[in-house]
Design a protein around this ligand. Structure first.
Ligand SMILES: O=C(O)CCC(=O)C(=O)O
Ligand SMILES: [Fe+2]
Length: 221
């Protein structure tokens, strides 16, 4: 359901923009359907293994390029060795539209934005993501983040450390969050998910879906 009284846009730091309720519910539903397809293969959605033997509580599947700590490749060598699903043109269009809304219709960065990878994350009620930087890309183009399903607390910090100052922001279904410019390498994480807060009309009975669109800056050579 689209909120009756959507929250106001906010800019927690230079280059970081939160647009609540940006994605209409019909588009959220289509995104959920697409994520369901991607989650089933060629590389299944899975808990990413960390170098020291732990696993992430979030489940992830990637498009375009496969991310694992701490690099990208075309094939999911830590899962089943298969090439990841391609990054679809419609998702790049959605990313450009998102950036135009966040940074303004005249933004040159929005017009030339060409994301080539997405991390599709699924959070059940217990999943979290610790404070980290998205820094395995060889590009400083913005990250576009879309959320569907249960509400979470997204902690958006600074570029110097995992600690304060940071801002805790509730991300609800349909919210857009963009971080680029001076905020592109800010630490961020998900401290809490509120189970049962999503709208089943999105096609998700429970849990939270988050997509981050990125420019890897990588080529196949
Ligand atoms: O789930 C979120 O909102 C953030 C995801 C994230 O930071 C990541 O995938 O690197
Ligand atoms: Fe991240």
């Amino acid at each position: 359901m689209d909120a009756l009284i959507p929250a106001e846009p906010s800019r927690p730091a230079p280059g970081a923009v939160h647009l609540p309720g940006w994605l209409p519910s019909g588009e959220q539903r289509r995104l959920v359907e697409a994520c369901r397809e991607w989650a089933s293969g060629p590389v299944p959605m899975r808990h990413t293994r960390l170098p020291r033997g732990g696993v992430m509580s979030v489940r992830t599947v990637c498009l375009g390029w496969h991310w694992r700590p701490y690099r990208y490749s075309r094939t999911a060598d830590d899962v089943n060795g298969r090439r990841v699903a391609p990054f679809p043109g419609w998702l790049a269009d959605l990313g450009r539209r998102a950036l135009r809304c966040a940074y303004g219709e005249e933004s040159a960065e929005a017009h030339r934005y060409a994301p080539d990878t997405a991390l599709v994350n699924f959070y059940d009620g217990d999943a979290r993501m610790g404070m980290h930087q998205d820094k395995d890309e060889r590009s400083s183009a913005p990250v576009v983040s879309l959320s569907v399903g249960d509400t979470c607390v997204f902690r958006f910090g600074n570029t110097a450390s995992r600690g304060k100052p940071y801002t805790d922001i509730e991300l609800n279904s349909g919210d857009l969050f963009v971080f680029g410019g001076p905020s592109r390498f800010a630490y961020h994480g998900v401290t809490k998910v509120f189970p049962g807060t999503g709208d089943p009309a999105t096609g998700m009975a429970s849990g939270r879906l988050n997509l981050t669109l990125r420019v890897t800056g990588l080529t196949d050579d």
